[in-house]
Design a protein around this ligand. Sequence first.
Ligand SMILES: Nc1ncnc2c1ncn2[C@@H]1O[C@H](COP(=O)(O)OP(=O)(O)OP(=O)(O)O)[C@@H](O)[C@H]1O
Length: 248
Amino acid sequence: MDQPRLVLSGVSYLSILHHISATFSGGQVVGLIGPNGAGKSTLLRIAAGVLPASEGTVTLDGVNLSTLHPRDRARRLAYLPQHLPNDIPFTVRDFVEMGRYAHRSANAGVVDAALVQMNLTTFADAPMDTLSGGERARAGIARCLAQESRVLLLDEPIASLDLYYQVDILRQLRTLAQRGYLVVIAIHHLELAIRFCDQFLLLHCGYVRRQGTVTEVMTECALEEVFGIRAKTFHDPHTGVLRLSVLV
Ligand SMILES: Nc1ncnc2c1ncn2[C@@H]1O[C@H](COP(=O)(O)OP(=O)(O)OP(=O)(O)O)[C@@H](O)[C@H]1O
């Protein structure tokens, strides 16, 4: 199966995003990073086709997203918003099953598998509004997985998760990328982003400041310029893995 390819060409939105161009391909986890208010969520919403750009285009496998019926779009890409409502009046299973909207079939096996992947089986019949914040976030990811689309655009999927689930879910997203999926995540946890993302887009004030691999983007200079923090990147002497240490 061909790997998906998402292309943003000259995307602008009001005064929030300015001329963003980027190409994301299947097989990768892309980390969208940058300070609060940089424009990450806005960019993801545009990339997902839920917010029309003021200028520019987004194409997925050569097809302009704005021309796709929402059902066709949902078959091709899944989008997790940064915040799910607190008062979702459904059980966890029914909520996850909504990910099947594009397929017109509930497919209990797929829904069950998504619940297992997010370790939510014991909560399947619980009302969504009884879940903790992290459990609700995992239900949101499960709904995206149930969609069975090969592009996942996830806005801060690990923000409310404990350390175990942060690592568990990033591992699962990596595995999906290894199977050819394109995964784009907005993420503030830079240390974990270094470990799990292949490519980065660093946004600041609505502009792309850097894009590329970890060594091209996560430079001490860029981090100081964009986040106003001093940090050191170094290779762990025991594992050889690149690490980031914030100097406080
Ligand atoms: N509908 C809107 N109308 C006006 N301003 C908006 C709108 N949506 C977002 N903004 C502003 O656009 C900027 C970018 O917001 P966005 O949510 O994309 O940032 P972000 O990088 O995701 O931030 P965070 O890390 O805090 O989640 C912010 O300054 C925000 O206040």
